[in-house]
Design a protein around this ligand. Structure first.
Ligand code: SF4
Length: 444
């Protein structure tokens, strides 16, 4: 069971030294109880307390990373059942299955490599390859693994085989890439655990039901394996929904460690629409990896969009990077507009500037993701801050003129910006973004 703040407090040094960044040990204990701080922040905690607290303050779903580099996939660390309770932490990953019996291995690798799209400023893609040992032949499996290792060296891989010899033949090729070996079951648990231990990989555990799964993870843990992803054997929509919900509930509400691991869901279907539907259940309800048999663009777009929405932190507005964006191919005489970095504001304003067909510069200022009026009201889009941003941005070296177009909603700032930005003229643009095309065309 998770410890309360007071129980945690009793185990801390109680010196209120503030080294952890909190004013008192009690304040730190409360944050630990809410799993909003790491015990590592307290340098003075005793080894005995560390052991007790480490368990208690660990997230109920074990954090696991597979793959390396920019494309590494983080899973687990979840602490809530519903996003509105706090937030979901690590978006689920999509993996495309590649069968070692297939004659389309190269083209499927290409599909994964080309799956990336940009949406609302984020790069979204099919994250991994699930190599399936359909042949049950170690040699064939190794050959297919070699192609993947060669053609997609930075794509995280799930090596799916219940045959320890085949699994080992393939995992050798990804030894430094943190793959997952999936396929440990009641019969092969110890041998598969040994392979995972040798190559320091995460082990995928599969069972026929939840009871079997929880005793299996405990057994595998006793072999020295900590990092696991789990599969209850659910393949139908209703079963996936039921089992995934049970697993998350047991982990989060009961701190039931045997099920406190990221879930892998196999959603493959011949009917691609049905597969997409199963994928949406996995995204909405707690799968950390969803394996698909095909990744058509329409399916990717719908699954990516759903994932992006569900895994957006409701407490943090979506933002784009603060910088000067070029729209079209602007020259030094092109107009310079300014707006805030709320994603929606940026996309609407940049879209309307594009519609105007007048190449322009768009200065996007960090307003902590607030829209223009809200940012102004909150004191984050003020004359002083705008003037400072324009000076710091270096745009004075990019444009030859000194005219800044501000949103009509903050017309009130024009005089004070001019006072603070010496030599600049401030022009008040339209209040609504849809007025931008006519406004810019009238100026050019
Ligand atoms: Fe207390 Fe440790 Fe924080 Fe110091 S660093 S205030 S001892 S919890």
């Amino acid at each position: 069971m998770a410890l309360t703040g007071v129980e945690i407090f009793k185990l801390l040094p109680k010196t209120n030294c503030k080294k952890c960044g909190f004013p008192t040990c009690l304040a730190f204990a409360m944050k630990l109880a809410q799993r909003q701080a790491s015990l590592d922040l307290c340098p003075d905690v005793s080894e005995e307390a560390r052991q007790k607290l480490g368990e208690a303050s660990a997230p109920p779903v074990r954090p696991i990373t597979f793959g390396t580099g920019d494309k590494a996939v983080k899973m687990g660390e979840e602490t809530v059942l519903f996003r509105h309770d706090k937030r979901f932490v690590n978006p689920c990953a999509f993996a495309l299955e590649i069968k070692d019996t297939g004659d389309d291995i190269n083209s499927r690798i290409e599909e994964v490599m080309n799956s990336e799209i940009e949406r609302v400023g984020q790069k979204l893609r099919v994250d991994a390859i699930a190599l399936m040992n359909d042949s049950n032949d170690a040699g064939k499996f190794e050959t297919a693994a070699k192609i993947i290792a060669q053609k997609a060296p930075d794509v995280p891989v799930i090596i799916c085989s219940g045959n320890p010899v085949a699994a080992e033949a393939a995992v050798k090729l990804f030894a430094d890439k943190k793959p997952i070996i999936y396929g440990a079951n009641l019969e092969n648990a110890e041998t598969m655990a040994n392979v995972a231990k040798t190559y320091k990989t995460t082990l995928g555990v599969t069972a026929n039901n939840l009871d079997e799964l929880s005793s299996l993870t405990e057994k595998i843990k006793s072999f020295g394996i900590q990092d696991m992803v789990i599969d209850s054997g659910a393949r139908k929509a209703k079963e996936i929904l039921q089992d995934n919900t049970f697993i998350r509930r047991a982990a989060v509400k009961k701190n039931f460690k045997p099920l406190g691991y990221p879930v892998i869901t196999f959603a493959q279907r011949e009917d691609s629409l049905m597969e997409a539907l199963l994928g949406t259940i996995g995204v909405a309800k707690y799968s950390s990896i969803i394996v698909l048999s095909s990744i058509e663009k329409w399916k990717n777009l719908s699954l990516f969009t759903l994932r992006q929405n569900i895994y957006t932190d409701p407490q943090v507005p979506m933002q784009v990077e603060q910088k000067i964006y070029k729209i079209g191919e602007p020259s030094p005489t092109s107009p310079l507009l300014i707006t805030t970095n709320f994603s929606l504001t940026y996309f609407i304003v940049s879209g309307e500037v594009e519609n105007s067909k007048v190449p322009s510069y768009l200065a996007v200022m960090d307003s902590e993701g607030l829209s223009v009026l809200t940012a102004w009201a909150a004191g984050k889009f003020t004359a002083a801050k705008i003037a400072q941003f324009i000076k710091d941005s270096g745009v004075e070296n990019t444009v030859s003129h000194r005219e800044l177009i501000i949103p009509g909603y903050v017309a009130i700032l024009s005089g004070s910006i001019e006072d603070k930005l010496e030599g600049w003229k401030v022009t008040v643009g339209p209040r609504e973004a849809n007025g931008i095309p006519a406004f810019l065309r009238s100026k050019s």
